[in-house]
Each structure stands twice: as structure tokens, then as C-alpha cells.
Design a binder for this molecule. Structure first.
Ligand code: F6R
Length: 619
């Protein structure tokens, strides 16, 4: 859950520091409670680290610049062991200052290693698990004289999940990285190379990259990259090209990344659909789905595994995939999945949804599913990420980099991608006729423009948010696909505005939650389209009347032209007419805009909400 950058270049200059700072800015979404940098040149190592957001480190570097360097490693932290203090911030140096390390993950045997090192006379200065790696590495380096060999021997002693980067004071032309379970990718430059926790770290410098496998060590110099396994044997790494536009990871005139990413949503959906409807006769073609068609035909159950917002995308997908494919779909929180002894067989298709592709709970669930013989399709946004690599097939969402911690555009892209998967399976299994598939695809293609029209009406939603800045509790109701939308709306408000919010199935109201309704209680209600599923529409309308009669302030998300709702709504947020199954793609947008605007009105940091990190790489 931390961000890591490593740089090595041919000359000793300020470039390494600039690259590292730029990378830390882009990686802040992975952690932002402290940051640090170490610069290596012919005079040895110099470092600075500070608790607080990156600006604190930047101000320090402005006041006291580090010397020009040929190798630099940097870190932005989300604290696990030891609070966010200057001392606990990374890098961690060995006692003699011969090596410096930065680390992402958790060293599970750190207590035992700390005891051993302490007994051997090492003095620890921080409370972190990472510091043991610095001391072990210094001892190994002194004994072996080669940083890669030293790293290889140290990682043998470490348990848990980790990415480690190291530099040595006496060799400023090398950075060594190692990964077990936590992510690490290599960026390939001209006369310079990079290591990053993900491609966002170096996408502004190069789009040429290498995926590292599990338990690999990468040694980068200005003109070479060497990959070995943990036993020191040469190993392969898969090259890939990053298709993110570097400018996508900057705010581009918006006040916050979140605001920008909501405005990116039409493109996120458009790009996710792009090029996937090019089969013969307009048939849906998913080239990446490299799983034998006979296996896909024999699937008798689909299990979606994901966490948080990605899991809500899975809940939405369940309604569509069951309807189109006539296959039961279960949606399971990844962290519950593997501890529950789930019934998974060779006929189960597991769909792992993840924006980052690095969520540890989801990675562990993917591994468990594959051990049981299931095929796993990853619906992932980040190329080269662990979940994409470890799955049988990866269906990428093309949302571009999502920097704000709270997920928005990735959610829409996940719904679009899982819908493509559902339609593809329906086409393959013959549960939908080709023209039916084409009709849904054509409707999906109209969605970016509809999403745009909701965004164009954001002024009204922002004004509502502004008027509600003192609210202390908001409820969200939805039915059918509107139910996961309600839960997602509530999650956005909790995490961005720190307001108590709950999403309920509207039908559940009378079984308990209605007791929460009192005078003035704000309730968002996601109303299904009156066309198509009119029974649902009328039932939700009754729910609105029930809560209004008990004093609720009803904020209704409804389809344009649905005049039946106006009578019962204190405020209507209109969304364009959309077939029921596709409605989440527009209905969630006002809820995202509302949460973002309310948090902004309260003066909160919407991009980096308290206590959260974007990529939860610990279980
Ligand atoms: C909420 C949010 C989280 C993530 C969850 C899964 O706004 O962003 O709930 O959706 O942590 O993350 P990924 O999709 O990276 O696996």
C-alpha cells in the first residue's frame, strides 16, 4: 500500500530527483502519510524523509536540496508498522549507512528478525518492519560485495508480502528491486531505467515496461536490466507497452483528481467498449479471453470476487449476466471467499474485478480459486498488475489511471467490461440471439453520451450538496440494479465526506431500516425506469411515499420523463432514458458528483480521504 520508485541514469544530474518526485506525486494514491527519497552519487547516499503529505517533503527539498544523483529511490507511505513519523518514514538506512531500502508490504517475521539482529548488537531507530531488511542487507552486502547477491540472500529470510528497492553508498550506478506478492514493474528508458510499484511511477518517462513475476529480483543500471529468481538464476520478464496517456494522470485544470476522473467517465466507458465489437457480422469479439471456448460453454456457475466499489460493480453485473446467460452468478467479497471453503470446481468461472489489480484480498482469492481448478478472468484496469498476470485471462478496463483514492470512472468501466463478458458468454452459449447481443451493444455504445449529459448537469447536484453540508446521516435506497448503485452511493459519501451513510435494498425497508426514518432524514432513492420493469418502478414509488410520510427528505434519481416521481420528491436528479440493465452507468454518476461536492463543501481532501489508500496491498 505504499508507492515506490527507483531510478538509475547515465549521468549524475538533477534528473533522478525530478523523476522520483514526479513519480511520488503520481503514486500518492498508494499512500500519503509520509514520504522520502535517497540520492546516490560518487560521494555516497544522501536522504530526506518527512511525515505528512508529499508537499512537506517537497518543501524540505526546496529548502535543502539533495545533491545531484545517478541513482535515486523514493517512497510514499501508508503506515502499517509504526505510526507516520519522520523516523518511521522510508528510506531506512543500515547503521553504517552502506545501504538504503524502501519497502511496500508487510514482513511477517520482522519481530523474530529484529530480536536476532538486536541480540547481535544492531541498534534499531524506527518501529517499522522494514528496518530489519536494511540491516540484513548491509550485513549481506558487506559479506558478498554485490548488491544483487545480497538482496537475493536477504529475501530468502523474509516472510510475507514485500517489494524492496535498495541502493548502496559505494555503487551509485545500480538499483536492485525484489518482489514477493507485492507489485513491482520495470520501466525501460534510453540510458536510464526505472522500477515502480506500478506504471504510473514512470509513465511520464517511458511506456516500455517489463512485468516481473512472483519471487523475482531486478537489477537495473543505466543500460541494463537483469532479472533473476530468488535463487539467483536468470529469469524472464514479459515486455509490454503501457497504453496510458501520461497526461491522464494529471489534474488537467480540474480542482481535484476525483472531479477530473468523474469527467473522464464517458471516455472510460467508450474506451472499454472500443474495438471489442469487431467480429464477423458485428459479433462481439474478446480477443483477450484466452480460455478454451468449450470450457466457457461448460461453465455451470460464475463467481465474482472483488472488494469495495469493484464488488458493487460485480453486484450490478450479476443481474445482467444471469439474465443474459442463464448461469447462476454469486458475488463474494474477496476477503470472505477463501476463508469460507467455497464450492468451486473446474466448471466454475471466477471473475476477479479490480481497478489496481493489486488488492491483496483479491489476489489471494484468485489463487484459491485457481487451486480449486476454476478458470479465472480478471477484469482489471492496471496493465501488468498481479491479478492480471495470475489469472487465466485478463479483460482490461480502459479507464486510464485512476489517481483519486475513491473509485469512480473505474466503476463504470468495470460495469461495461463485465457486461461485455456477459454478452460474449451469452453469444457463445447461445442464450441470446446475435441480434439481441447487437441491440445491447448498440445501447451500450450510446452510454458515454448519456453519462456526459448527467455530468453536464452537475451544477444542480453541486448546489444540492452545498445546501446539505451539515447533514450527519444519509440513506440510499435502490432495487434490482439500483440496489448496488445505492450501496456504491453510500460508500462514496462515507469515504469522501465522513458522513454516516447506508445503502439498502428498497424492499428491505419495511423489514427494519424504516425505523431510521425521522423528520428531515435525507434519503436518496434510485428509481428504476417506468418502462420495461414497471412493477419495480411502482414498488419503489410506494417506498418513497412510505418514507416521505414519516418525514424523510427524498432525493430521487429518476429517468427523464418519469413525471410520477415528482410529486413525492423533494428533489429530482434526472438521468437520461436507459434500458434497466444499463441504468447503473448513469444512475451512479449523480451520487458520485454529490459525494465529491459535499466533501469539497466541507473543505475535505477528496483525493486522499483519511485512513484510506488506493491500493490495499495487505490482507
Ligand atoms: C472505494 C474504493 C475501494 C476499492 C477497493 C478495491 O471508492 O476505491 O472500495 O474499490 O479497495 O480496489 P481494487 O479495485 O483496486 O481492487
Amino acid at each position: 500500500m505504499c508507492g515506490i520508485i527507483g531510478y538509475v541514469g547515465a549521468s549524475t544530474s538533477g534528473r533522478g530527483l525530478d523523476v522520483a518526485l514526479e513519480a511520488l506525486r503520481r503514486l500518492q494514491y498508494r499512500g500519503y502519510d509520509s514520504a522520502g527519497i535517497v540520492a546516490a552519487n560518487q560521494d555516497g547516499l544522501s536522504h530526506v524523509k518527512r511525515a505528512g503529505k508529499l508537499e512537506v517533503l517537497e518543501a524540505q527539498l526546496e529548502a535543502e536540496p539533495l545533491p545531484a544523483a545517478s541513482a535515486v529511490i523514493g517512497h510514499t507511505r501508508w503506515a502499517t508498522h509504526g505510526g507516520p513519523t519522520d523516523v518511521n518514514a522510508h528510506p531506512h538506512l543500515s547503521e553504517d549507512g552502506s545501504v538504503a531500502v524502501v519497502h511496500n508490504g508487510i514482513l511477517e517475521n520482522h519481530a523474530q528478525l529484529r530480536r536476532e539482529l538486536t541480540e547481535a548488537g544492531v541498534k534499531f531507530v524506527s518501529e517499522t518492519d522494514t528496518e530489519v531488511a536494511a540491516h540484513l542487507l548491509a550485513h549481506a552486502y558487506a559479506a558478498q560485495g554485490d548488491l544483487t547477491d545480497a538482496m537475493t540472500s536477504v529475501v530468502q529470510r523474509l516472510e510475507g508480502a514485500f517489494t524492496l528497492l535498495a541502493v548502496a553508498a559505494d555503487n551509485p550506478h545500480v538499483v536492485v528491486g525484489a518482489r514477493r506478492t507485492s507489485p513491482l514493474v520495470v520501466g525501460l528508458g534510453e540510458g536510464e531505467n526505472f522500477l515502480g510499484s506500478d506504471v504510473a511511477a514512470f509513465v511520464a518517462q517511458t511506456t516500455s515496461a517489463l512485468e516481473l513475476g512472483q519471487d523475482q529480483v531486478a537489477t537495473i543500471t543505466p543500460d541494463s536490466v537483469t532479472i533473476t529468481d530468488f535463487d539467483g538464476n536468470l529469469a524472464e520478464a514479459k515486455p509490454f507497452t503501457v497504453d496510458w496517456d501520461a497526461s491522464a494522470a494529471v489534474k488537467g485544470g480540474f480542482a481535484t483528481f476525483m472531479d477530473k476522473e468523474i469527467h473522464d467517465e464517458p471516455n472510460a466507458v467508450r474506451d472499454t467498449l472500443l474495438g471489442r465489437t469487431t467480429g464477423p457480422g458485428g459479433a462481439l469479439q474478446l480477443d483477450e479471453l484466452r480460455i478454451d471456448e468449450s470450457v466457457l460453454r461448460s461453465v455451470d456457475k460464475i463467481v465474482v470476487i472483488a472488494c469495495g466499489t469493484a464488488a458493487y460493480a460485480g453486484h450490478v453485473a450479476k443481474y445482467a449476466i444471469e439474465h443474459w446467460c442463464r448461469v447462476p452468478v454469486e458475488v463474494e467479497l474477496a476477503h470472505e471467499f477463501r476463508y469460507r471453503d467455497p464450492v468451486v470446481t473446474e466448471k466454475t468461472l471466477v471473475v476477479a474485478i479490480s481497478q489496481s489489480g493489486e488488492t491483496m484480498d483479491t489476489i489471494m482469492a484468485v489463487r484459491h480459486a485457481r487451486e480449486q481448478g476454476a478458470k479465472v478472468v480478471a477484469v482489471v484496469n492496471t496493465m501488468g498488475s498481479t491479478i492480471a498476470r495470475e489469472s487465466d485471462a485478463a479483460l482490461y478496463t480502459h479507464a486510464g489511471p485512476e489517481v483519486a483514492v475513491a473509485s469512480t470512472k473505474a466503476f463504470l468501466a468495470q460495469i461495461a467490461a463485465t457486461y461485455l463478458l456477459g454478452l460474449y458468454l451469452a453469444q457463445l452459449r447461445g442464450t441470446m440471439f446475435a441480434d439481441e447481443v447487437r441491440t445491447v451493444l448498440a445501447e451500450l455504445e450510446t452510454m458515454p453520451a448519456k453519462i456526459q449529459s448527467v455530468i453536464d448537469g452537475e451544477g444542480d447536484i453541486k448546489a444540492l450538496a452545498d445546501s446539505m453540508r451539515d447533514v450527519t446521516s444519509v440513506l440510499y435506497l435502490g432495487r434490482h440494479v439500483g440496489f448496488p448503485v445505492a450501496m456504491e452511493g453510500a460508500l462514496k459519501l462515507k469515504e469522501l465526506a465522513y458522513i454516516h451513510a447506508e445503502g439498502f435494498a428498497a424492499g428491505e425497508l419495511k423489514h427494519g431500516p424504516i425505523a431510521l426514518i425521522e423528520d428531515g432524514q435525507a434519503v436518496f432513492v434510485v428509481v428504476p425506469s417506468p418502462r420495461g420493469r414497471d412493477v419495480l418502478h411502482d414498488k419503489v414509488l410506494s417506498n418513497i411515499q412510505e418514507i416521505r410520510a414519516r418525514g424523510a427528505r427524498t432525493l430521487v434519481v429518476a429517468e427523464e420523463g418519469d413525471t410520477a416521481v415528482t410529486e413525492y420528491a423533494d428533489k429530482v436528479l434526472w438521468v437520461p432514458r436507459t434500458p434497466t440493465l444499463l441504468a447503473p452507468l448513469v444512475a451512479v454518476v449523480p451520487l458520485q458528483i454529490f459525494a465529491c461536492a459535499l466533501a469539497t463543501a466541507k473543505g475535505l481532501d477528496v483525493d486522499q480521504p483519511r485512513n484510506l489508500a488506493k491500493s490495499v496491498t495487505v490482507e
